[in-house]
Design a protein around this ligand. Structure first.
Ligand SMILES: [Zn+2]
Length: 292
């Protein structure tokens, strides 16, 4: 049987300024000790590198998520900005500089694309949101409200419905017609409702009485200015219940049907004017008005 010639080892442990510590050990314990001394730091180093890597990729993932969130926020801000600009245009406010930061422009400073850190994007977003909010509440919202009010007032000023509640037919329509008093044709600038003398006549929209007087052609007649370019005329009345300058509401009684002026018999002549031009009143008789 072959025996190992090496039975003991001496391990020297160097000590600064002192003589080395000497350990005499058998072979296997020596190998074991050296292995532990070498392997432990390697294991610790390996583990540290591994956990740093793990931490790093978790951070990268977190950063990527943050970046995506920041991009989404910026997109939403852009969307809001363009919606506010759209409202502003509709409300007739002159163009303004955009309150939303131009992230694409910021990304390419100096002509070279630069990745903006999500923290920076979020900081930009944080300043953009109050700007957008103050623009919306300070300027755009009141202007839109004003536009809507004006639109509502315009709609309210538009003549609507019949000037007589009694069920009277229309005998003469708007446009060219043969002259009821003689030969040839004439332009009829309204519509006629023949009916019993004294039938109540009412306004078709609120407004101010511009005329309540006698004239050879229209006889006793009332003209009402409704604003927004609308006027109505009620002619050949037997009596007038309003005077010039009176404020009237819609459906207010303003006189009674008659045959004064240039008239062949008791009837109401009703005209609607828009911006000074006579338009066909039939378009305004229904309660669901068509667009002008
Ligand atoms: Zn007429």
């Amino acid at each position: 049987m072959r025996r190992s010639t090496l039975k003991e080892c001496t391990v020297l442990i160097a000590q600064t300024g002192r003589s080395p510590l000497t350990l005499s050990l058998r072979v296997w314990p020596t190998i074991a000790l050296v292995s532990v001394l070498v392997a432990t730091p390697l294991a610790i180093l390996g583990f540290t590198i591994y956990s740093l890597n793990e931490k790093n990729s978790a951070l990268e993932q977190q950063n990527e998520n943050l970046s995506e969130s920041a991009d989404e926020v910026m997109q939403e801000i852009d969307q809001l900005d363009s919606e506010i600009q759209d409202l502003q245009e509709r409300a007739g406010i002159p163009d303004r500089a955009s309150a939303a930061p131009d992230a694409d422009r910021d990304r390419s400073r100096g002509g070279v694309a630069v990745q903006i850190e999500p923290e920076e994007l979020l900081a930009i977003a944080k300043t953009a949101i109050p700007n957008l909010a103050s623009q919306f509440h300070g300027e755009v919202k009141p202007a839109v409200a004003e536009t809507l009010e004006e639109e509502a007032a315009r709609v309210a000023a538009r003549p609507e419905g019949r000037p007589v509640k009694a069920d009277l037919r229309i005998s003469s329509r708007f446009g060219l017609r043969s002259n009821p008093f003689g030969r040839g044709y004439e332009m009829h600038d309204g519509i006629d409702f023949p009916g019993p003398q004294g039938t109540p006549i009412n306004t078709t929209a609120p407004g101010t009485v511009e005329k309540a007087e006698y004239q050879r052609g229209y006889g006793y007649h009332v003209v009402i200015d409704h604003g927004y370019g609308y006027r109505t005329l009620y002619a050949h009345l037997s009596e007038m219940a309003v005077k010039q300058g009176d404020t009237v509401v819609a459906d207010q009684a303003i006189g009674t049907l008659g045959s004064t002026g240039r008239s062949t018999g008791p009837h109401l002549h009703y005209s609607v004017y828009w911006n000074g031009e006579a338009v066909d009143p039939v378009r305004y008789l229904s309660s669901s008005p068509s667009k002008d």
